[in-house]
Design a binder for this molecule. Sequence first.
Ligand code: GTR
Length: 325
Amino acid sequence: MRKWVRKGAWLAAALVLCAGPVVAQTRLRAWNIHPEGYPVTEAMKSFAQQVAKGTQGRYQIEVHSNATLGDQPKAVQMLKSGEIDLAEFSSGPLSDAVPGIKVLNLPFLFTDSAHMFRHLDGKLGERFSTNLKNAGFVVLGWYDGGARSFYCAKRAPANIRDLAGASIRVQQSEIYKEMVTLLDAKPVALPFKEVLAGFEKGDIDCAENNMPSYESTGHYKVARNVYVTNHVISPEALVVSTALWNKLTPEDRKVFAEAGAQSALLMRDLWNRRVAQAQEVAARQGSQFVRVKDISPFVRRMAPLYNKYMADPTTREELLTIVAN
Ligand code: GTR
């Protein structure tokens, strides 16, 4: 018996030696608003895996999806205060923290995602990244926020005049509220996860979003009339807190940055397929899509917005750069 005990002790010691030095692990919390399988979620998971691999397991990122840690405006504050370490934000709520980002929410600014990424993967993206970094957010990758359109429960808009008087859900973001007001409608700021209930309770008549969100949230089940305006084409960003970034070694920063850039490419690729799938699912379940015939009346209504943000020194330069290129 004693012989066996001694043998066991030797074996345990040998196993410890084989395992090599104990690696200190840092657990990081990442915030995400979307469900499993959504392009953002999948790209974030791939990012987490790559960081774990590139740092030999020293950094383990837990992706908390579905806004379980709180809504987006709250998460923006949580990242600033260090309660969470990473997040994927859309440019609406992010612009409340960094005023210059507001410009990215202006209607009809980018013609398509390719136009948008030409700027974000270039000098303008660098400028936004610098401003965001100074505000506490280090951008690791620009994700696609898609093209947003309106959808309504009881009315079936075929003209922007058909939106007049409607209560339209918007994100907690200045420009979205201004845009809806200029359409003679009433903006109702509601957290993303409360929009479905808002429709069901009759608190809102319409909302606006991209097609993957329209489908993944189930909004299509209660708001079947889609008015395809593509009025905002905007990016989202995978960010890490500046506080965490400052603690990383130069080698680890490189791992994070490369993983972020790769996850952005993966996300953009998954996104394009998901847009088509989402439209198909909603159409099969009875959603009606009415394409805008002439966008110019909508654009003309937005004139006060363009004037305002052209006069605003925090957005003027960016706006001019995008419009000119
Ligand atoms: C989605 C976006 C979310 C959030 C949401 C909303 O398209 O991915 O980050 O901004 O829209 O409308 O609240």
